[in-house]
Design a protein around this ligand. Structure first.
Ligand SMILES: *[C@@H]1O[C@H](CO)[C@@H](O)[C@H](O)[C@H]1NC(C)=O
Ligand SMILES: *[C@@H]1O[C@H](CO)[C@@H](O)[C@H](O)[C@H]1NC(C)=O
Ligand SMILES: *[C@@H]1O[C@H](CO)[C@@H](O)[C@H](O)[C@H]1NC(C)=O
Ligand SMILES: *[C@@H]1O[C@H](CO)[C@@H](O)[C@H](O)[C@H]1NC(C)=O
Ligand SMILES: *[C@@H]1O[C@H](CO)[C@@H](O)[C@H](O)[C@H]1NC(C)=O
Ligand SMILES: *[C@@H]1O[C@H](CO)[C@@H](O)[C@H](O)[C@H]1NC(C)=O
Ligand SMILES: *[C@@H]1O[C@H](CO)[C@@H](O)[C@H](O)[C@H]1NC(C)=O
Ligand SMILES: *[C@@H]1O[C@H](CO)[C@@H](O)[C@H](O)[C@H]1NC(C)=O
Length: 668
């Protein structure tokens, strides 16, 4: 038989006759009998949905796992299967302002693989990054610098980490993953070639060129039994991830018939020979081959060495430049040296001070090397601040939301604790909101209504995330305009987690009151000192009333000495049926009346003295996004009595010469 024919025949033999363990199935539509749904996934009309089907920005993660394990490794022959799969999916972005995060097809030795929302794609547990084992192909719709994503529209091969081994730009094939159109994906892994290829198309015709081709031997990761599934996640976004249909097959296990049937030596044995070079044989062919290798070996080895050396050097170089670029611009939190921060802040020079936080001074830092700017928070009382600093660090490190202040790194040296954040060019919300009052000349700088509305929605989104959507509920405890920072586009970033305490869901609120700002504190918090999600909702309500009215939570009556509480003041207008009168006069009517009315009413309902009447943050978000009916607000502010009266009255607290009207309560 001519060698070429032999090879073709071998391959045919290889695929069809030796594959005793091959698996093949096809789901034109899905049913609950064959799949396990984990997390937020669901099944509707035979279509699998992976993330929560809500039209509001939400954070969600879901996994669907095919119940039957699939055999990928044959210990008898020590061979790993090849596989090919095809599925159709669609990713729909309901609200184009938000996007993320994408879906994955994965193979895992476990049948309970479920990860966290956000950039974790429902695949990786954010608190235990190495817990879930998988080989996954990601279809990523969000650029996630933590995971070194190239853009927000790519496919990638991920092995036990979300930092892809290789990514492919889907745009090159003119495909937009989150267009909402059905997209068909083909994934082929050929063990003999050690090659994985991914093809994508809007049609049912497999294109000629893959979007991604990776040279990889997966045999280390493909265990004897693997579970197959799909996962997806969102984070503060409205993406829907659907799988319409799916087919899958494995093939290509080696099977040494000669060994199993020693007396039934057929042509097969001979034909297998070229496929299994490592096999023991004493044939002349192999001897000759061995001789040839013996001579060519050293020369070959030398060539390989030179090539390897060259490639390594190049890789090392590109790794180095990539790394220094990355750590300055992209990476997640990292450790800074004290020297670095001292240099960047001119030795913590007073000219670099941009603010004072709950536990320290904030400096503007310029990193000469990279030309980047950051905000550095330096603990004032290194001793007392320590615990709060560490609390902030441990909390922020695990949280990810577009409306959270992004931590770049930290430094614990010389008995000091320093935190490095993204620098927010527009400073804090209170400065922006009240600048005109401080500098009456600057009339044009009034924050526009669309920015204000965007701030209210962004804060609702991040608080929904903190309260309901991250793994462990986070109560912020210190929501106030001074803690809302604004990026270059006036998007809000909630910061200052010094007071936040991680609380397990359904545990009773921790009864420690360390500090807070009067006017933002819910009555029951003042009374009992217990922070709950409802006390955060109250503070949020005060913040959005400030945003709508341009007034501080407690303000001196114009021309008078009496202190006016913002909530009471707005409620007064509401009682008279003239709530729109509460709108910030500096906007000179440039706002949508309907939106303004809604924001004021939401503010009042959040600041309801009766905590049970306050809506949840998710509800607030739905209302602001026109997804839910507003909460009815009673005409008269409900009065609420505690078993013993409030220990303090406003007048007791606000001293006349307190310029900022901020009263720190250290104990109740
Ligand atoms: C799988 O193996 C069976 C026999 O074991 C064979 O009938 C079938 O054609 C094979 N399927 C594939 C896709 O190779
Ligand atoms: C799978 O679903 C897509 C989108 O609905 C459809 O175009 C395609 O024909 C389906 N394929 C199969 C094999 O059912
Ligand atoms: C789906 O589940 C049914 C019932 O358990 C079973 O008979 C069928 O073989 C399964 N189909 C596949 C492709 O696993
Ligand atoms: C199985 O094959 C792999 C390479 O594919 C090799 O590293 C391993 O040692 C082999 N195991 C056995 C038991 O032969
Ligand atoms: C996972 O697999 C184990 C056996 O390995 C089985 O007992 C269990 O029921 C499976 N769980 C699910 C959710 O399928
Ligand atoms: C992550 O792992 C922890 C600890 O094993 C577990 O409690 C938590 O439920 C896991 N999270 C997810 C999303 O699976
Ligand atoms: C030898 O192989 C043939 C098919 O290749 C089979 O029909 C026969 O049963 C085998 N004989 C033995 C002893 O295994
Ligand atoms: C290779 O052949 C030798 C003798 O021919 C034998 O002793 C050895 O066990 C064989 N090795 C394998 C892996 O079959």
């Amino acid at each position: 038989m001519p060698p070429r024919k032999l090879l073709v025949f071998s391959i045919i033999f290889f695929f069809f006759h030796s594959s005793a363990h091959n698996v093949s199935f096809d789901f034109p539509s899905f049913s609950l009998r064959n799949f396990t749904l984990l997390g937020d996934s669901y099944l509707r009309n035979g279509v699998l949905g992976l993330t929560r089907e809500l039209g509001v920005p939400s954070s969600s993660a879901g996994t669907v796992i095919y119940n039957n394990p699939v055999r990928f490794h044959d210990p008898e022959t020590n061979s790993t299967a090849s596989f090919s799969t095809k599925f159709s999916f669609s990713i729909t972005n309901i609200n184009p302002d938000s996007s993320g995060d994408g879906l994955s097809f994965f193979l895992s030795p476990e049948n309970r693989t479920l990860g966290s929302p956000g950039g974790y794609l429902g695949l990786v547990n954010s608190s235990q990054l190495t817990q879930n084992k998988f080989v996954a192909i990601e279809f990523d719709t969000r650029m996630d610098p933590h995971f070194e994503d190239p853009n927000d529209n790519h496919v990638g091969l991920d092995v036990e980490s979300l930092i892809s081994i290789k990514t492919g730009d889907v745009m090159l094939q003119e495909i937009s993953l989150k267009s909402g159109n059905a997209i068909t994906a083909w994934i082929d892994y050929k063990k003999d070639q050690e090659k994985l290829k991914i093809f994508l198309s809007y049609s049912n015709l497999k294109p000629d060129n893959p979007v991604l081709s990776v040279d990889i031997d997966l045999s280390k990761y493909l265990k004897e039994n693997m579970y197959l599934g799909f996962s997806a996640s969102t984070e503060g976004s409205t993406e829907l991830h659907l799988i319409e249909n799916w087919s899958f097959s494995t093939y290509g296990f080696l099977k040494l018939r000669s060994r199993l049937n020693p007396h039934n030596v057929s042509d097969n044995t001979v034909m297998m020979t070229p496929m299994i070079p490592a096999r023991n044989s004493s044939s002349n062919d192999h001897k000759r081959l061995g001789l040839g290798l013996g001579i060519a070996g050293p020369a070959f080895f030398l060539v390989v060495l030179v090539v390897f050396g060259y490639v390594s050097l190049r890789k090392w170089k590109s790794f180095k430049t990539q790394k220094s670029f990355k750590s300055d611009v992209l990476a997640g939190p990292r450790e800074f040296t004290y020297r670095e921060l001292k240099l960047a802040t001119k030795g913590f020079h007073s000219s670099r001070i941009i603010g004072h936080g709950a536990f320290g001074t904030v400096y503007k830092a310029f990193f000469d090397g990279s030309g980047t700017i950051a905000a550095v928070k330096r603990s004032r009382h290194s001793h007392e601040g320590k615990i709060e600093f560490l609390a902030e660090l441990s909390i922020i490190a695990c949280l990810r939301h577009k409306n959270l202040a992004q931590l770049q790194g930290w430094c614990v040296e010389k008995g000091e604790l320093l935190l490095v954040y993204d620098y927010m060019p527009n400073g804090s919300l209170d400065k922006l909101l009240y600048q005109e009052q401080q500098q009456p000349g600057k009339g044009e700088n009034v924050l526009s209504w669309s920015h204000r509305h965007n701030i209210a929605v962004g804060l609702a989104s991040v608080l929904t995330y903190l309260h309901q959507e991250c793994e462990q509920q986070v109560i912020h405890r210190d929501i106030k305009t001074g803690n809302v920072l604004l990026d270059g586009n006036f998007n809000p970033r909630l910061g200052d987690f010094g007071l936040a305490k991680l609380m397990d869901h359904d545990k009773s609120p921790v009864s420690t009151l360390t500090a807070g700002t009067m006017g933002y504190l819910a009555p029951e918090y003042l009374q009992y000192g217990k922070a709950t999600e409802k006390t955060d909702v109250f503070s949020y309500g005060v913040v959005i009333l400030e945003v709508a009215c341009g007034r501080r939570p407690i303000e001196r009556e114009t021309g008078g000495q009496k202190m006016v509480n913002l909530v009471d003041w707005v409620w007064g207008w509401h009682s008279e049926g003239k709530i729109i009168e509460a709108a910030d006069k500096r906007l000179v009517g440039e706002f949508r009346e309907e939106e303004m009315r809604k924001l004021l009413l939401v503010g009042l309902s959040c600041a309801n003295p009766d905590s049970a009447e306050r809506p949840s943050m998710r509800r607030v978000l739905q209302i602001l996004n026109n997804e839910a009916e507003p909460v009815a607000v009673p005409r008269l502010k409900p009065s609420i009595t505690f078993s013993c009266g409030l220990p303090l009255t406003l007048d007791d607290i606000v001293s006349d010469d307190d310029d900022e009207y901020e009263i720190k309560i250290t104990s109740v």
